[in-house]
Ligand binder design. Structure first.
Ligand SMILES: *[C@@H]1O[C@H](CO)[C@@H](O)[C@H](O)[C@H]1NC(C)=O
Ligand SMILES: *[C@@H]1O[C@H](CO)[C@@H](O)[C@H](O)[C@H]1NC(C)=O
Length: 435
């Protein structure tokens, strides 16, 4: 395991904060606020997000200790990094599979529970900002994997419509392999670990339900209805909610805006994690430019501070050179990754602090230029025992293909709002219960 344990007895309260500076440039607004006309308002669709290790999750294991949870996170983050790297360097060679490949363990972080069809049938989906298609398993199953809710039966839904091959959404969703002999739109989604989902691209009514806003329907949402599916890890989820930036994604279909907010992922009882989709999504807090590269969300990272000192790192190591590198913000990676040049400096400075040779700035308050994504001790370190903890930032090795990734631990206690039309991401430090 590449996991770095740092044994020490000192109180964790001594740790200073790690700050990522994200660039704040003048906005460049591109005007493409397209929505499909067939989708009616309301403008905001809210759903609870269920963390993998939460008491609300079907994966919840009351006997797991923090070491178990952390090592699972580290393992799945490594798999996720491999996926993001492959995607960002276009390593998925062939035509339709490039955008179609989803990570090995899509349920690693957050799941959303909302309904498909009329009458509405609840489905538990893995939220994934690193892929684009929304899909679920559908009856009849030539082959299906285990899931916790009943498998969706489109023949029992009055709002299910299969897309014809010639429709624009069919072409977008599956450029290479569009038709079956009935002229129905097909999809074939391949996983990095070799598993796949195959079926028809259709439209359906989705229903989001929240206690204070009541049911909010989205009509004619494009999704994949998978009839031949296999998962390496027989699971609980019904499919994947792709929130990537492509035209087929629900994130662009309903209003070009979405946000997610999470409290501490190590608190299994935290109830307020949530996802908001649609034009009514609040975009508040400090904004930073969003760049979409190979269907991944890239940010401009300007620097890193530890406590009050800005680390001596050439900002070039955070940006994309040619066909590789850059800094991706991801909802499916738990820990964060930095390329070697940045990680080395951070790690050396951290060691100095741990060795007690430096004073500890208690709080970081100044704001130079840009957005400070402040990581406190719970996002920077994970306590794994009484006198032991590990860094939640690791080195993204892999030479020139290295990628910096801002993972979910670093995004805890923020509402992270994506405005895909204005190409900006907003970070608002907030208790998610207040949204
Ligand atoms: C999903 O929602 C349905 C209906 O509200 C509920 O019965 C089911 O228990 C929920 N599943 C999870 C995992 O929260
Ligand atoms: C779907 O894709 C997989 C992997 O690329 C391939 O093996 C399989 O034959 C495809 N299925 C169909 C029906 O084309």
């Amino acid at each position: 395991m590449t996991f770095q344990y740092v044994a020490m007895a000192a109180a964790l309260a001594r740790f200073s904060l790690l700050t990522f500076f994200l660039a704040l440039n003048t906005l460049y607004v591109t005007a493409n606020p397209a929505t499909i006309s067939t989708i009616t308002k309301p403008k905001r669709f809210v759903t609870k997000l269920i963390h993998h290790d939460s008491v609300l999750s079907p994966y919840y294991n009351p006997n797991a200790n923090i070491r178990d949870l952390v090592s699972r996170s580290v393992k799945s983050s490594a798999a996720r990094l491999a996926y993001l790297k492959a995607k960002s360097t276009n390593a998925f060679v062939v035509d339709d599979t490039r955008a179609r490949v989803v990570p090995e363990n899509p349920a690693e972080e957050f799941m959303a529970n909302f309904s498909f069809g009329e009458p509405p049938v609840p489905q538990l989906l893995a939220m994934d900002t690193g892929s684009d298609l929304l899909w679920i398993q559908c009856l009849p199953c030539t082959k299906c994997f285990k899931q916790s809710s009943p498998i969706f039966d489109p023949s029992k839904s009055s709002t299910y419509k299969i897309l014809p091959c010639i429709s624009a959404d069919c072409i977008l969703s599956n450029p290479a392999e569009k038709c079956n002999f009935l002229n129905q739109c097909r999809f074939n989604q391949t996983y990095l670990d070799g598993t796949s989902a195959e079926g028809l691209i259709a439209t359906e009514k989705l229903t989001f339900v929240t206690s204070n806003e009541g049911p909010s329907p989205v009509y004619n949402a494009v999704f994949g209805c998978g009839h031949i599916n296999a998962a390496a890890d027989e699971g609980q989820i019904s499919g994947v909610l792709g929130l990537g930036p492509s035209q087929i994604s629900l994130s662009t279909k309903i209003g070009y805006k979405f946000s997610y907010c999470s409290g501490s992922i190590r608190d299994p009882n935290y109830p307020h994690n949530q996802l908001i989709l649609g034009e009514g999504t609040k975009t508040e807090g400090a904004a930073t430019p969003l760049e979409i590269v190979d269907e991944l969300y890239h940010l401009t990272l300007e620097g890193i501070s530890l406590g009050q000192s800005r680390l001596q790192i050439d900002p070039k190591v955070f940006s994309r050179v040619g066909n590789a590198g850059g800094t991706v913000i991801d909802s499916g990676t738990t820990i964060s990754y930095l390329v070697k040049a940045a990680y080395g400096v951070l790690s050396a400075e951290t060691q100095k602090i741990l060795n007690g040779k430096l004073g500890f700035p208690q709080l970081f308050a100044t704001k130079e230029r840009g957005v400070d994504l402040v990581m406190d001790k719970t996002s920077f370190f994970e306590v794994t025992g009484d006198d032991e903890f590990c860094m939640a930032v690791q080195m993204a090795d892999g030479g020139t293909e290295s990628l910096n990734v801002i993972g979910i631990l670093a995004q805890q206690n923020y509402n992270v709002a994506y405005d895909l039309a204005a190409k900006k991401v907003y970070f608002q430090k907030i208790d998610c219960g207040l949204l």
